[in-house]
Write a protein that binds this ligand. Structure first.
Ligand code: 13P
Ligand code: SF4
Length: 311
């Protein structure tokens, strides 16, 4: 029996559901019950009837599922799958920042620990961040964290002046503008598409900016036949599946000796670890109950607003 068949068999036996992020290895995306961006993964976790959720993504994605589903076992194939953006926002420092700016509504990106979510008013993902910010009156003082690039992008498109936490993602910050422009001159017909976690100069030259799911949708709807993709290159697996005749060129990182347009944390999950974690029902995500009770409010709020907005 192949590894993929063994995983599927175990999944049936254990009434488990496998949810995978678009940045996972292609073979993991192919074996998953559902592949999506971080909003869709949270929405799926919230409604599943499975006993076990295997979240093939990074730690904060598993933690979000754990916050929403305290009665389920939530597994992540490799617990070391962290996130540099979440790491750039230690909970104690963020809580002190919030406390030193009273009267602000606190909006946090989902790429945060449960402890940061616990001092947040509403959680957002890249798919709903702009719409959720805009759902607050224009003069609402807002703290936005932890991604300074996403925060700057939202400020620039909405005219808001949100107070930003100074965090970033090491994958999205290292795309080389120079190399992207060189590719563009080589392929003038190509559209540059970028995730809003990229730095402003990359955003400025992009034809389309959006979350992982929005970028995917755009590549299906656009008349362009070629795209320079400035986000984690794992999403190209699904882009290529949905548009087999189109060409997708991963935007190059500044350092051409590394594969830094791949998130090293996301790639820690492998088919072997996925099989083992289903078999052993470990490693499990465990969220401190006091933190979970505080963190669930802003996560639920995000899901409610998203539903209202049809996202
Ligand atoms: P999405 O919200 O697009 O899934 O992004 C999550 C992420 O980790 C981006 O680096
Ligand atoms: Fe975190 Fe960046 Fe990896 Fe996304 S790509 S999980 S933000 S480190």
């Amino acid at each position: 029996m192949s590894l993929s068949e063994s995983i599927k068999k175990l999944r049936e036996e254990k009434n488990a559901v496998i949810l995978a992020h678009y940045y996972q290895r292609g073979e993991i995306q192919d074996v998953a019950d559902f592949v999506g961006d971080s909003l869709a993964l949270a929405q799926w976790a919230a409604k599943t009837t499975a006993d076990i959720i295997v979240l093939c993504g990074v730690h904060f994605m598993g933690e979000t599922a754990g916050i929403l589903c305290p009665d389920k076992k939530v597994l992540v194939p490799d617990l070391n799958a962290g996130c540099s953006l979440a790491d750039s926002c230690p909970a104690e420092d963020f809580a002190a920042f919030v406390a030193s700016h009273p009267g602000h509504t606190v909006i946090s990106y989902v790429n945060t620990t449960a402890a940061v979510k616990a001092v947040t008013d509403v959680v957002v993902t890249s798919t709903n961040a702009r719409r959720i910010v805009e759902s607050f009156p224009a003069d609402t003082p807002i703290i936005f964290g932890p991604d300074r690039n996403l925060g700057n992008y939202i400020n620039s498109v909405t005219g808001r002046r949100m107070l930003l936490w100074d965090g970033a993602c090491h994958v999205h910050e290292q795309f080389s503008l120079e190399k992207i422009l060189k590719l563009k001159s080589q392929y003038p017909d190509a559209e540059i598409i970028a995730h809003p976690e990229c730095k402003q100069p990359v955003i400025k030259v992009s034809d389309f900016v959006g979350s992982t799911a929005a970028l995917l949708k755009h590549t299906m709807q656009s008349g362009a036949q070629r795209f320079i993709v400035a986000t984690e290159s794992g999403v190209i697996h699904e882009m290529q599946k949905r548009s087999p005749r189109k060409e997708f060129i991963p935007a190059p990182p500044a350092d051409s000796t590394c594969a830094c347009n791949e998130c090293s944390f996301m790639r820690l999950n492998t088919m072997e670890k996925l099989y083992d974690c289903l078999k052993n029902e470990s490693p499990e995500i465990l969220v401190d109950e006091e933190i979970r009770r505080k963190a669930i409010r802003p996560v639920r709020k995000m899901l409610e607003i998203s539903e209202r907005l049809g996202l």
